[in-house]
Design a protein around this ligand. Structure first.
Ligand code: MSP
Length: 519
């Protein structure tokens, strides 16, 4: 049954240009959006930039520019990176936009009118990089012996902030949050991450400060012109702004709460505790699903803007000889992220691993299959592709692969989905090696095997299209089909027997030239 699928990434801070960690969340969301389009769902994919707050104000001050100039510059870099990676959101939201100010004010005014916001003085330890307060227990001891503890994420000293501002009565939502987090099926996946959020709730929730007096770079508080909202409390609302909160109730009701938030494990507390509580306080349902992934690590450390290990997507798409990075191309990078980095646990980035994956899956299993088949079709069948056999041994495998691929994408397990799809390629290559059609005289046996392999290429072009945005269209063209594999529908168009035969098959250059494994 087609459904509705609203998928979001976190919105990214504009203190610097994007790195591979941001690309990972975004490519995953883009691939999920593409998969859901393929199964006929109505899809909406949102990403954007988080532009307010002290961190951005400080970066702009250091550079001698205004915060909006900084935001314009960085937001454009994110837009360019997503275009480079064939990431195609339906909406790219910037929190500095008037529509977002309006939605934030409308939602928080509602929370205020409902009596869940009050004024008080707060003093606490603040990490500017996280834009978050920490309790003394959260902090790491400074190995250099400094008296001030370190932020557990950035390992930098926190700052003492004291302010009189507006507080959200988070503690009043403890029971409802606990009930929501323990509901079945769990709104937070994987289970370990749900338990982490539950731990925060069960550990005792403190009310939280949601405004800042010391800052002007933010969304003004509608009932107190001297303050702006704390950046996280405007940022989270982006998910509601995009679908018309406060301005287009019909559109909002169409998409909310059918949302799937893709988030990194660093922002669980905000998304799995604060955000649902704010929604409850505003009289809305909490989000339908949150899928939490781990970090991309470089030599065991989180890739981040503040660490020296950040790599830009362009360095791996086009290659970077200075750092010995290969040119993986858009498909190569997307495939690596989706297949090698399992969604959930942390994963180490290794250039060698990327090249091995590219050579095995793309150059060998997929590229070589196309090259072999088109060469033999040229030689034995005068360049005209034969039809597949209805009783092919690959037909049953293809049916199993469609089921397994679909189940894995539905469970937000791209790595398993691609594994399932690639099984069909591996089985087809084995069949070809056994039958050796290149050694047999032209005739029905050769035609049958080649027709089966062409049918597999057609099916895989469709099934792999959420991950690979380039090769499927090229495969499609080379085996004589018109149209676009991404415009097909699963399961109808991946049923065995769709390749009609009698089409011209083109012998082209290697789809994925092999890469050299770094020494
Ligand atoms: N602006 C906030 C999010 C607000 S959402 C309402 C923020 N931005 S961020 O730019 O610092 O990071 C956002 C997300 O980028 C992380 O949650 C994570 O999804 C992704 N990643 C950033 N670095 C990453 C890695 N090294 N590895 C994997 N993902 C990472 O937090």
């Amino acid at each position: 049954m087609p459904g509705r699928f609203y998928v979001t990434t976190p919105i990214y801070y504009v203190n610097d240009a994007p790195h591979l960690g941001h690309a990972y969340s975004t490519i995953t969301a883009d691939a999920l959006a593409r998969w859901h389009r393929l199964v006929g769902d109505e899809v909406r994919f949102l990403t954007g930039t988080d532009e307010h707050g002290l961190k951005i104000q400080r970066v702009a001050d250091e550079r001698g520019i205004t915060p909006i100039e900084q935001a314009d510059w960085a937001s454009a870099r994110f837009g360019e990176a997503w275009a480079l990676l064939d990431v195609e959101p339906d909406d790219f939201l910037r929190t500095s936009e008037p529509r977002h100010h309006a939605a934030t004010q409308a939602l928080l005014q509602k929370v205020y009118d409902a009596g869940h916001i009050y004024s008080a003085t707060y003093s606490g330890w603040y990490c500017v990089s996280c834009e978050a307060y920490y309790t003394p227990d959260d902090l790491l001891a400074d190995p250099a012996g400094g008296e001030v503890g370190l932020c557990p994420i950035h390992e930098r000293p926190v700052e003492q902030l004291t302010e009189e501002n507006w507080f959200f009565r988070l503690s009043a939502f403890t029971e409802r949050l606990e009930a929501w987090l323990t509901s079945d099926p769990s709104p937070v996946r994987p289970a370990g991450k749900r338990n982490e959020a539950l731990g925060v709730v069960r550990g005792g929730l403190q009310d939280i400060s949601i405004t800042r007096r010391s800052l002007t770079w933010g969304v003004p508080v509608p009932w107190d012109a001297a303050q702006v909202f704390y950046v996280w409390f405007d940022a989270l609302i982006n998910y509601a702004t995009s679908i018309g909160y406060g301005t287009d109730p019909e559109q909002f009701d169409r998409w909310w709460p059918h949302v799937h938030h893709i988030i990194g494990k660093d922002i669980i507390r905000f998304h799995c505790v604060y955000w649902p509580a704010m929604l409850m306080a505003a009289g809305e349902d909490p989000p339908h699903q949150l899928d939490v992934h781990g970090f991309l690590l470089v030599g065991g450390a989180k890739m981040s803007k503040t660490a020296a290990n950040k790599v830009a997507p362009v360095q791996l798409v086009g290659g970077d000889p200075e750092h010995d990075f290969p040119a993986l191309g858009v498909d190569g990078l997307r495939h690596h992220f989706l297949h090698d980095q399992r969604f959930g646990p942390d994963g180490d980035l290794s250039v060698e691993g990327m090249v091995v994956r590219y050579n095995t899956d793309l150059a060998n299993n997929l590229g070589n299959l196309l090259a072999r088949v088109s060469t033999v079709v040229a030689k034995q069948c005068n360049g005209t592709g034969p039809a597949p056999r209805p009783d092919s041994p690959l037909a049953a495998i293809a049916a199993e692969v469609v089921v397994a691929t679909s189940a894995a994408w539905s469970a937000v397990a791209p790595s398993e989905a691609l594994d399932a799809t690639w099984r069909l390629l591996r089985e087809t290559n084995s069949l070809l090696e056994e039958a050796e059609p290149w050694k047999v005289d032209p005739g029905p046996d050769v035609d049958g095997v080649l027709g089966d392999a062409l049918e597999v290429l057609r099916i895989v072009a469709i099934l792999a299209s959420p991950a690979l945005t380039r090769a499927p269209t090229e495969i499609w063209r080379r085996i004589g089909l018109t149209g676009d594999p991404a415009a097909c529908r699963v399961p109808d168009d991946v049923a065995w027997g769709g390749y009609p035969g009698g089409l011209p098959v083109e012998k082209g250059t290697p789809l994925f030239p092999r890469l050299k494994v770094p020494d």
